[in-house]
Write a protein that binds this ligand. Sequence first.
Ligand SMILES: C[S@@+](CC[C@H](N)C(=O)[O-])C[C@H]1O[C@@H](n2cnc3c(N)ncnc32)[C@H](O)[C@@H]1O
Ligand code: SF4
Length: 333
Amino acid sequence: MDKIYKRLKKKINKQYLKVCNKFGINPIWGYPNILVVEPTNLCNLNCPLCVTGKNMNSKSGMMNFDLFKQSVDIVQNYIEEVFLWLQGEPLLHKNITEMIAYISSKKIKTTISTNGQLINEKMAEQLVLNGLNKIYIAIDGANQETYEKYRVGGSYEKAITAIKLINKFKDQYNVKNPKVYIQFLVTGHNEHQISEMESLAKDLNVTLKKRAIVVTHMPTDKKTANSFLPKDRRNSRYDENMQIRSFEKSGCHYPWEWAVVNWDGAISACGKDPLRTHVIDYITEEYTLLDIWRSEKFNQFRKQLKHNKEQMEVCKTCAPPINAKHHKYVLKK
Ligand SMILES: C[S@@+](CC[C@H](N)C(=O)[O-])C[C@H]1O[C@@H](n2cnc3c(N)ncnc32)[C@H](O)[C@@H]1O
Ligand code: SF4
């Protein structure tokens, strides 16, 4: 009964947020539906179209475990899922498997996105045993040469081994989770390998998720941006004039449903703002995530977004997913 009541509460809250967004109800008083937590914005790779990979973070560090717990605790009765990454490589955090176990102990789902380079036997076993629900492992090419065009400093073999190790422990413990996905950023360098990637995923018994690359979220020279854009525009978020394809059509739901906690306790208005141009405020012991979520400043941001999206800097460069509704960013075949 208690379980049904809790689930119902979460569903009602989610619907309330959607109504607020649709009808421009402001201020909102609901709770976030998704919690995004950034364990760290440090990374072991140097991907060329990533703010972290290009060392563009103004400051870097690891999240304090108490801050992590405080962020989860305050919204635990309302969130349906925690996304345990933002910028940076989440598995670099020394407490990452404890974080997963903590979320799982509250019967909340967790997903992680990783470059997979740090998944050895021990890490794979802990990811399987600690209750992770989904893991996206980035493999952007079907061999080392193509893979490292984007995953600079990374090893294709290590990423493949990561998947095999997780599969091994899932079999060993006879569990279904974490569900494993290969996340394939389709670029000009690897678009000819899509069918090879499909076969690879099949051989490894995992799901392939294609994702279109974003090139407008940080200062990048045109040549680099162009070299990563797929020639086949169906795999691109941009048209031939480099205009964002789905900008006009799509609404936005992120600031109504997602609470985004950066490693240092900064609450971003949007999870698609890697340069942190719209930090609402910082969590302290007295000023909680929920206070910030309901603050005048955050509500003002939502209001502006609803009525004046075209004028907002962060939204101008946001390239929403194509062929997808809102945060379902995966491309269809
Ligand atoms: C910044 S990364 C952090 C997580 C982890 N380090 C990783 O790479 O999977 C967050 C997500 O953005 C994806 N990503 C990186 N660069 C991207 C780009 N230019 N466009 C779209 N997605 C990108 C990554 O593959 C990952 O799924
Ligand atoms: S692995 Fe992830 S965080 Fe690291 S540089 Fe690449 S995209 Fe950025």
